[in-house]
Design a protein around this ligand. Structure first.
Ligand SMILES: N[C@@H](CCC(=O)N[C@@H](CS)C(=O)NCC(=O)O)C(=O)O
Length: 260
């Protein structure tokens, strides 16, 4: 079977999403699914319990992080790769720019968000969501958990949150870094004021939404300094995908999000 015919045969296959309601990468994939009008079965992964590092989950996503998406018998992980996969198999409405150069700019923007912004957001998200419980783990429990974490950077992040919580100075530095996202977006939106890259909403916008949401929660006065970002933010929040993807307050419990 040619790969094109094979892909067509997957179009009707069901989706199962392994995710967390508050996870930025999970939010990105839920936004893509919503923009595409694709429904999925939800499987929540409890990160505080370390379910993302269980042998069962690692057999789905060897990186030990959410999200992961099953499409029929295919296993997909890495939120930006999942987003492109969805756009290739379900081309309408497209969430990638038409132009090859714009697509390159989109990919480089998303990569920067992942490489530069995510580690800085973790400083806040983990302090808020994980620290209270993680500091209670015994040395033995911590060591057992760390042994199951596949990446060195996340071993370090879990050790930090459990034993050496991020200081106010580190949080201030992380926020200075996160504000660079708004600065970068302001410059990119200055081209035609609508979308971060190209002529329509793209994966770049969907990747930025969860981060802008958190920056706005943590530092509510910041966005007003970036008028193009502020009007973009007001527009993206009006889209049906924003509520369908359940981009809720970080303080909302799973039960509250699910009751929506
Ligand atoms: N590059 C990955 C990042 C995924 C990621 O870091 N997910 C976080 C939640 S946003 C996670 O699973 N953290 C739990 C852990 O590291 O143990 C992607 O985009 O899918």
């Amino acid at each position: 079977m040619s790969s094109e015919v094979m892909n067509k045969s997957y179009v009707g296959q069901p989706f199962i999403l392994y995710h967390g309601w508050r996870s930025s990468a999970s939010r990105r994939v839920r936004l893509c699914l919503a923009e595409k009008g694709l429904s999925y079965e939800s499987r929540l992964v409890n990160m505080l319990k370390g379910e993302q590092h269980s042998p069962e989950y690692l057999s789905i996503n060897p990186n030990g992080v959410v999200p992961a998406l099953l499409h029929g018998d295919r296993v997909l992980y890495e939120s930006s790769a999942i987003a492109e996969y969805l756009d290739e198999l379900f081309p309408e409405p497209s969430i990638r720019p038409r132009d090859a150069y714009d697509r390159l700019v989109m990919r480089n923007f998303v990569r920067w968000v992942d490489d530069y912004c995510l580690p800085r957001l973790i400083v806040f998200n983990w302090s808020q969501a994980m620290q209270a419980a993680a500091t209670q783990w015994s040395d033995r429990e911590l060591a057992e958990r760390i042994a199951r974490v596949p990446s060195a950077s996340r071993k370090e992040a879990w050790t930090r949150v459990a034993r050496k919580p991020y200081s106010d100075e580190e949080k201030a530095d992380a926020m200075t870094g996160l504000l660079k996202l708004l600065e970068k977006m302001q410059a990119m939106l200055a081209n035609d004021h609508s979308w971060i890259v190209g002529e329509r909403l793209s994966i770049a916008d969907l990747a930025a939404i969860p981060f802008v949401m958190r920056i706005n929660e943590l530092n509510p006065s910041a966005i007003a300094n970036f008028p193009f970002v502020e009007s973009w933010w007001n527009r993206v929040r009006q889209r049906p995908s924003f509520s369908e993807a359940r981009i809720c307050a970080f303080t909302a419990t799973d039960a509250e999000v699910e009751a929506l």
